[in-house]
Design a protein around this ligand. Structure first.
Ligand code: 5GP
Ligand code: ZN
Length: 114
């Protein structure tokens, strides 16, 4: 999608620090990390948010969760614990309109979120 920063990252038009990639998914380090490990996992296909999931594309999310697990294991945060976050909409804290899942770890994470 034109003017979508994460579509441009998926297309390698904008550089990023990629930690995982396959035909459907790409994962890269967050430019402004909130934890020692902070990776964003996205579908290459443009989906704006959870609100745009449907029967046709929801299988991608299951695949993304498996890749979040693999990334957590590969980056060494699986054993101690980590968090997967999806922000949806303005009050949910979503700032980029291309669905993404944060994988955060490497420190004690507090709860509830702000
Ligand atoms: P959201 O607030 O939408 O849940 O998360 C968007 C995330 O994308 C933020 O954590 C922000 O730091 C990250 N981000 C925004 N622009 C870029 C970028 O150009 N490159 C990378 N690697 N991360 C970005
Ligand atoms: Zn996009």
């Amino acid at each position: 999608m034109a003017d979508c920063i994460f579509c441009k990252i998926a297309a390698k038009e904008i550089p990023s620090s990629i930690v995982y990639e396959d035909d459907n998914i790409i994962a890269f380090k967050d430019i402004n990390p909130a934890a020692p490990v902070h990776v964003l996992v996205i579908p290459k296909q443009h989906i704006s948010s959870v609100l745009d999931l449907d029967e046709e594309n929801v299988a991608l999310v299951g695949d993304i969760l498996l890749k979040c697990k693999k990334i957590a294991q590969d980056l060494g945060i699986a054993e101690k614990g980590f968090r997967i976050v999806n922000n949806c909409g303005r009050e949910g804290g979503q700032t980029v309109g291309h669905i993404h899942f944060h994988v955060l770890g490497g420190r004690m994470l507090s709860w509830p979120p702000g």
